[in-house]
Design a protein around this ligand. Structure first.
Ligand SMILES: [Zn+2]
Length: 350
């Protein structure tokens, strides 16, 4: 059984300060009175409980005993909160106890990146889970840790890229479709508009399920704003239309008529089967979905050169759609499709 810490009434709540429109410096202790203060026990987090820690953060029912230094040094919000004298704070073994409104799941991911550790830090941990990076981005924004937000957005840009070369490289590394909803809400929160085109295109993939939102680890839900839901409806039509045009170009007879193997007959039959739906997948918003392997599966006699022409033309078309993506999904993103964009984004950008 883990050791426990007790709390009487202390409450320090940056989130409420934020909701009230107050700046971090106005965060105060015991702002909600005793009515919300539940006397009770909190469980120690098994991982983030440093015996020589200098502050105890309580999120939900979980207590994290961590070092005040990294929090104060990196977060202006924690700095303002913790540098003011807080006589009303409870204390456990000389450690002040601070109650936060964040979920323990979010807080654990957040603190892991800020506290000393033998394990790789955020930047060198490409295998972090979506939930972990998402929590770091949101809490980084809330507690104004700009580098954490920037690193998180950099990680997300692998999956929701803004330049076409990166897109070609990572188009097969998609997250679950519902993660796109989280990405749109994060882009709206942080002003990271460059994430929006790919994220909104992937939201379209969800169809009617787009209204079910994204479920966070703690069970709470993020939903698209009504304006973004509306964008998905228009974008779905635009993306399907763009894919139809792309297919027209990819199977155009002019590309194949010079082939002496007579591949044009197979290509024409392939086109007919795609258009009538015998080979499915044309009327989808997933413009990055390739037909190349379906062509060679269905028509193994198509020569190598024609198969390569097909793949190349398909890629040209996909890249062309990507360059128009911000327009197709109805968002204005500075410089989209014009030139390769930097992938480093600060929290204050946009
Ligand atoms: Zn051929």
């Amino acid at each position: 059984m883990s050791a426990r810490v007790t709390r009487k009434r202390a409450r320090m709540d940056a989130e409420q300060a934020e909701e009230d429109g107050a700046s971090a410096s106005t965060s105060s202790a015991s702002g909600h009175g005793d009515s919300q203060a539940r006397p009770g026990n909190f469980e120690q987090d098994p991982e983030l409980w440093f015996q020589d820690g200098s502050i105890i953060l309580v999120a939900g029912e979980i207590a994290f005993k961590v070092y005040k230094g990294p929090l104060v040094n990196q977060s202006p919000v924690f700095s303002d909160m913790l540098s003011l004298p807080q006589p009303s704070l409870d204390v456990h073994q000389d450690c002040p106890i601070v109650q936060l409104l964040d979920s323990p799941e979010d807080m654990r991911h957040f603190l892991r990146t800020l506290m000393p550790s033998k394990h790789p830090r955020f930047a060198s941990a490409p295998r972090m889970s979506f939930h972990a990076v998402y929590a770091c981005a949101r809490l980084g924004h809330k507690y104004q840790i700009d580098h954490l937000v920037a690193e998180s957005l950099e990680w997300f840009s692998m999956f929701y890229p803004s330049d076409v070369d990166k897109f070609s490289k990572y188009r097969d590394r998609h997250q679950l479709p519902s993660c796109a909803i989280a990405m749109v809400t994060l882009a709206r929160l942080t002003g990271a508009d460059q994430l929006l085109p790919v994220a909104l295109a992937e939201c379209c993939e969800l169809g009617a399920d787009v209204v079910n939102g994204f479920e966070r680890e703690d069970g709470t839900r993020d939903d698209l704003a009504p304006e973004d839901l509306g964008r998905c409806i228009t974008a779905t039509r635009n993306l399907v239309e763009a894919r139809l045009h792309a297919m027209e170009h990819t199977v155009h007879p002019a590309v194949y008529e010079g082939c002496e193997e007579g591949c044009i007959h197979d290509i024409n039959m392939f086109r007919d089967r795609v258009l009538c739906g015998t080979i499915p997948g044309l009327c989808t918003t997933q413009f990055w979905r390739s037909y190349a392997s379906l062509l060679t599966d269905e028509f193994p006699d198509v020569c190598k050169r024609c198969a390569e022409e097909f793949s190349e033309e398909e890629l040209v078309q996909q890249r062309s759609i990507f360059r128009r993506l911000s327009e197709l999904v109805g968002v204005a993103v500075d410089g989209w499709g014009k030139k390769p964009r930097s992938t480093r984004h600060g929290a204050q950008e946009g």
